[in-house]
Design a protein around this ligand. Structure first.
Ligand code: PAF
Length: 279
């Protein structure tokens, strides 16, 4: 497996691979890899000959009051996991490599990024779009794989790719959950055993909503208030719970199975979790 820290070196390698007829996949990550990330690498390998995994905790998507400095790291283990999953290359840039002194250009999607997590984290998606656009330019992938766990992020990136004509196919890979239902996340490491146990109310509420819809419920308000009730009973207060159109993220009054999703973010004792379900 190749290791790159310089953007120009990765670009030269990737372009060389493409000239040799290889299809390139990219899995952008912030490291601290878990089974969810590994499933993204596997998905990328199903579609591509060579998979690049980027590992970069992107400072521009964190507000000053967020957990950039505390974000968990385990670089050596992450590299070994990428190799074991058959990645062809890892990209481990420094912040200075990605953001040279005086960097003053942003990529910003201004519609899908505004609500939900964007309302709580106003600069987050601008940072995500900027770094992902840079990674696309550096790695020149044919395909990039992102997890459904960050549902709004995938919608925003798809819109950016469409609007800016990036020649990259975006694949949204399903959420990977622990056996008890908790969606895998690098930030689950912040949960105490008690908080982790009570956090199961998020996936439980979404699963019940999915069942209600399968049984014919179409009223979004009914579904949203049932979810709100379940999580609030466990002390997880919703920042938002919305039935939305799965492409435009517009809130829906009536659920349209096959084209709707429920987006959920909850807080408890300073911790914030997100989860979602496609209906
Ligand atoms: O989902 C993430 O881990 C990050 O937002 C991403 C896409 C790697 C950009 O930094």
């Amino acid at each position: 497996m190749e290791r790159f820290t310089a953007a120009a070196d990765l670009h030269t390698w990737s372009v060389g691979q493409k000239q040799a007829g290889m299809k390139i996949g990219l899995v952008p990550t912030m490291g601290y890899l878990h089974e969810g990330h590994l499933s993204l690498i596997r998905e990328a390998r199903r579609h591509c000959d060579k998979v690049i995994v980027s590992i970069f905790v992107n400072p521009t998507q964190f507000a000053p009051n967020e957990d950039y400095d505390a974000y968990p790291h385990k670089e050596a283990e992450d590299i070994a996991l990428c190799e074991a999953e058959g990645a062809a290359a890892v990209f481990l840039p420094t912040p200075e490599e990605m953001y040279p002194t005086g960097a003053s250009t942003w990529v910003e999607e201004v519609t899908l990024a505004k609500g939900y997590c964007g309302a709580q984290r106003p600069i987050h998606f601008r940072g995500v779009c900027t770094v992902v656009a840079k990674l696309f330019n550096i790695a020149a992938p044919d395909v990039a794989v992102f997890g459904q766990k960050d549902f709004q992020q995938v919608a925003v990136i798809r819109r950016m790719v469409r609007d800016l004509n990036f020649p990259v196919r975006i694949i949204r890979a399903p959420i990977i959950r622990d056996e008890d239902g908790l969606a895998k996340s690098s930030r689950n490491t912040y949960l105490s055993p008690d908080a982790r146990k009570s956090a199961l109310c998020l996936s439980r509420a979404l699963a019940a909503a999915g069942e209600a819809v399968a049984n014919g419920e179409r009223n979004a308000a009914v579904i949203e208030s049932a979810i709100r009730e379940t999580t609030t009973a466990e002390g997880w207060l919703p920042d938002y719970v919305n039935v939305v159109d799965s492409e435009t993220l517009m809130p829906l009054e009536t659920i349209c199975p096959g084209a709707s999703a429920i987006l959920l973010a909850c807080r408890k004792n300073g911790l914030r979790l997100i989860d979602n379900i496609l209906l």
